[in-house]
Design a protein. Structure first.
Length: 174
């Protein structure tokens, strides 16, 4: 029995694709910095990649739990080169701002459709996007402050190498 509207189902499928594309983007960034010898920055982006796939899985699980239909679409190509960490983190912030807009649009659609369950599920994503944008801004500030100081970049690269993956939400298994 379907308990979710076609509009919401289609919008969540689009969001699933966007989350997968986001993961692909961050995996591309990870490999770019791995090739440049910045293993810590590569680690940070690898963790981002895993989080984005987990976000997609949350949406997949949610659609399935509501009787919706998951339809996976092709993932568009992503950029493959960033000259500096600062350039990549500026791209990250811009990307996360786009994701925030998509989540907000999905939230507005859930309100329009009077789909309170979807709106409730999206509350976690709204808060997550505040954190994602703040983290990107902080890293932009740090890399701007460091400039082209090799030792500073080394120190921040070492710090970013300590980031570990944790399940991003209590919604993961729902």
């Amino acid at each position: 029995m379907v308990t979710i509207s076609k509009k919401i189902n289609d919008a969540i499928n689009a969001q699933i694709n966007w989350e997968m594309w986001s993961g692909y983007l961050y995996l591309s960034m990870a490999n770019n910095f791995e090739a440049m010898g910045h293993k810590g920055i590569a680690n940070w982006f690898t963790i981002q990649y895993k989080e984005e796939l987990a976000h997609a899985q949350i949406f997949i699980n949610y659609l399935n739990s509501r009787g919706g239909r998951v339809l996976l679409a092709p993932i568009a190509a992503v950029p493959t080169e960033w000259a500096t960490p600062l350039e990549a983190f500026k791209a990250t912030l811009e990307h996360e701002q786009n994701v925030t807009a998509l989540i907000n649009n999905l939230y507005a659609l859930a309100e329009e459709e009077k789909d309170f369950a979807t709106r409730q599920m999206l509350n976690w994503f709204v808060a997550e996007q505040v954190e994602e944008e703040d983290t990107a801004r902080t890293l932009i500030d740090n890399f701007t402050l460091i400039g082209d100081n090799g030792y500073g970049i080394y120190q921040l690269d070492t710090e970013l190498a300590t980031r570990t993956y944790t399940d991003p939400s209590p919604l993961q298994n729902n």
